[in-house]
Write a protein that binds this ligand. Structure first.
Ligand SMILES: Nc1ncnc2c1ncn2[C@@H]1O[C@H](COP(=O)(O)OP(=O)(O)OP(=O)(O)O)[C@@H](O)[C@H]1O
Ligand SMILES: [Mg+2]
Length: 339
């Protein structure tokens, strides 16, 4: 068995990938989990990764493909994941670390096949060895929760592809729930709603922009929010532009948001009484990009009658927690596993 130690950690997220190291400023990279490839003869060659590749989504000519290799937190495209990781490892210092030992954060509740896919793509990308840690533990550490104490801490990570709700105590997960409903599902709901209710087909990135600029779960507080969007009119096939309001987006995402809220309630219902009592006092901490959705924290407060707080720099909680694991061999030993 490989020694429980790692040089770098990767939060391989559905939307963004973060790489952290051991230094005083651990965050080394934070880029979209996107790879663009083009056919050169019979081979597909990488032409862009990260932000440059993301800009190409929905705008590629024939022969070029833009891939999001991670879906719902798990590797959906092995080769593209390997290409992304190879390029990122090279960028963070191929010179000093020829075969870095990697810690990769993975969702809670993945199958053995999914875990092996992550480990194998990291090794194929040049990692010397690979350790895995479930992301809710890292998120709780990154949010500065007292994960190792005999007290319950509740963390809710609302990402691009997954929502996790978990309760930690004494360095482990006591209760955890994970579902494939998160930012991407909200975007898809907006796309579907626009088709049905406005007869307009809009792209993936436009759906996301609508969500972040106009999205709310409490439209009565956000009547001032609206946005003009462009797409293809389904009836005429012509490009069309129209106005979308906060009420429209709220109608589009309400049901999906409810599924996210339900996951939090399910997690609380499964929490043993002593620990539930701690949570009554201390509340839950939200992290992940989707925790920025307007009104989500207020809705969760209404649902649970508990304190709901946002973590500092919520999109980097898992990465920050992973950096703490790199720096603490004893904790890493407790938390990490091999594939
Ligand atoms: N202001 C905002 N309002 C709503 N959603 C937002 C906002 N800003 C970012 N998001 C969403 O947050 C998601 C990305 O969050 P995050 O970076 O935590 O995901 P990830 O870690 O890559 O994914 P996962 O952990 O699910 O694999 C995207 O779906 C993005 O659209
Ligand atoms: Mg994440």
């Amino acid at each position: 068995m490989a020694a429980t130690t790692a040089d770098l950690a990767v939060d391989l997220g559905t939307s963004r990938t973060r790489v952290v190291g051991k230094g005083a400023a651990p965050l080394l990279l934070d880029v979209p989990t996107v790879v663009a490839t083009a056919s050169r003869g019979r081979k597909q060659e990488v032409v862009a990764v990260g932000e440059a590749a993301r800009k190409m989504i929905g705008r590629t000519p024939e022969g070029t493909r833009v891939l999001r290799p991670v879906r719902a937190g798990v590797v959906a495209d092995f080769e593209a994941t390997e290409q992304l990781l190879r390029s990122l490892l090279k960028e963070v210092g191929g010179r000093s670390l020829r075969k870095p030992r990697l810690l990769v954060c993975i969702p809670y509740g993945t199958t053995e096949v999914e875990r092996r896919a992550v480990a194998d793509s990291a090794k194929a990308a040049g990692a010397g060895s690979v350790l895995l840690a479930v992301s809710p533990i890292a998120a709780a550490l990154g949010a500065d929760l007292p994960v190792q104490d005999p007290v319950a801490s509740m963390i809710v990570d609302l990402g691009g592809g997954r929502t996790h709700a978990a309760v930690t105590s004494l360095g482990g997960l006591v209760v955890a729930r994970s579902a494939q409903v998160a930012g991407d599902t909200l975007d898809e709901a907006i796309g579907a709603w626009m088709k049905v209710n406005r007869g307009l087909q809009i792209g993936e990135r436009t759906c996301e922009t609508l969500k972040t600029r106009v999205g709310t779960l409490i439209p009565e507080l956000h009547h001032d929010l609206h946005m003009r969007v462009r797409g293809r009119d389904l009836a005429s096939g012509r490009p069309e532009e129209l106005e979308v309001t906060a009420d429209d987006v709220a109608a589009a995402i309400g049901e999906t948001a409810l599924r996210i809220r339900q996951l939090v309630l399910e997690t609380l219902a499964a929490t043993p009484p002593e620990l539930a009592a701690d949570i009554v006092d201390r509340g839950m901490i939200l992290c992940g990009g989707t925790s920025d959705l307007r009104g989500l924290d207020a809705r969760l407060r209404d649902d649970t009658a508990l304190p709901v707080l946002r973590a500092e720099d919520p999109v980097r909680c898992v990465a920050r927690g992973a950096a703490r694991l790199l720096a603490d061999a004893t904790l890493l030993e407790r938390v990490a596993t091999t594939a």
